[in-house]
Ligand binder design. Structure first.
Ligand code: AMP
Ligand code: ZN
Length: 115
């Protein structure tokens, strides 16, 4: 499958690992938007949040259980924000479910356009 994050998980494309286990892989975003910017992906290919269902949601729960540890390992020591972009309006560019962990600085409050 021609998926960038599947290739990163397989080691075919280099990345800077932050954490890995049987279910997930966490690595530094190549274009960081904060001092700590880590991406966490399930090792199984799920295209986006729209693809989460009763059969595959256990891995999402496992990722959320690990996010506090991954955030600390990545350098988010004073809090962090978790974001999943889904679909074109949210600006999803890689169609393999991923959670952004952002921190390492005081983040701006407004992440969506003001009304
Ligand atoms: P999204 O816009 O939510 O789909 O996020 C995709 C993220 O993947 C962006 O923040 C990119 O900077 C990041 N990204 C793209 N290619 C790579 C790569 N080879 N290694 C690490 N992060 C990447
Ligand atoms: Zn994939």
């Amino acid at each position: 499958m021609d998926c960038l994050f599947c290739k990163i998980i397989a080691g075919e494309i280099p990345s800077t690992k932050v954490y890995e286990d049987d279910d997930m892989y966490a690595f530094r975003d190549i274009n960081p938007e904060a001092p700590c910017h880590v991406l966490v992906v399930p090792k199984t290919h799920i295209p986006s949040m729209d693809g989460v269902n009763a059969e595959n949601s256990a891995v999402v729960a496992k990722i959320f259980e690990k996010i506090p540890e991954i955030a600390r390992l990545g350098g988010c020591e004073n809090g962090y924000r978790v974001i999943a972009n889904c679909g074109p309006d949210a600006g999803q560019t890689v169609m393999h479910l991923h959670f952004h962990i952002l921190g390492g600085t005081v983040l701006p409050i407004h992440i969506v356009p003001e009304k």
